[in-house]
Design a protein around this ligand. Sequence first.
Ligand code: AMP
Ligand code: ZN
Ligand code: FE
Ligand code: FE
Length: 292
Amino acid sequence: MIDLHSHSTESDGALSPTELVRAAAADGVKVLALTDHDTVSGWAEARKAASECGIELIPGVEVSCSGGDDSVHLLGLFIDPGNPALTDCFAEVAERRRGRIQDTCERLTAIGVPLTFEEVAAQSTGPSLGRPHVADALVHKGTVSNRQEAFDRYLGSNRPGYVSYPWKMTVTEAARLLHQAGGITSLAHARFLTQDRVPGMIEEAGIMAIEVYHPAHGREHRDRYLRLAEKMGLMVTGGSDFHLPGAAGDSQSSALGSRLPEARYRELVAAANGRAGSFSVTSTVPSSTRAG
Ligand code: AMP
Ligand code: ZN
Ligand code: FE
Ligand code: FE
């Protein structure tokens, strides 16, 4: 079983990179990509855990970027986690995310929901703070009873505590960043995007793959994106988008693993192994670092 989309405590997941890798191995996952939001800081720890439990770990990331009015999530798989342009960029994004959380706290406080930056920061041990940590802080204070309620009442994009993120990279910039770091780019959970803009966005940014298998994609979406992949010559990815054990939402799974066929995974590996600067997969157990 293969899972090319997962989150740890380095962004908004509930399990540390070590716990995540162990949970994946226990669930029978053979290949796991760690794809935290806008950070690769979990790689070293996850890699160590993966070599201990014999799972193949792929370095990845999920970059928040903007495509017109759409908020786009772009996966980068087989990236070089030490790529300086990548790590520099993510350091800056982390700083901007912190500023956005500060603004969110001010806005919430102004509407009668007092919250401080420190209370949010206390909910995270990683560098990439986001709205889910604001939600966790509100749960911790007893303002709401769970993450979803926090989004429904305050943090969703049409709710009063929402602070936009206008300084995000464009999809094209994000793809360029990931490609220069050796990454295979894949458009994540495309069903949340304005559908008639998807092909143009993929074309313009040079995105290499599309995430077909995702918990938010029903059969109809999978068929639609398989046809699109065929038509545009894209590779296919899939993953659980796992954040929290036992807490499935609309768009994330409570269990690790996906239906991505192994043949699709092999195509990705072949493409990555043929690219300069990519992480190369040499065996079923991670043993080497990138080539070049
Ligand atoms: P951020 O990057 O800080 O804007 O947070 C985005 C993350 O918040 C997404 O990856 C989701 O995990 C979560 N999220 C966004 N919108 C919602 C929503 N309406 N309900 C629940 N979770 C959401
Ligand atoms: Zn997330
Ligand atoms: Fe996402
Ligand atoms: Fe995700």
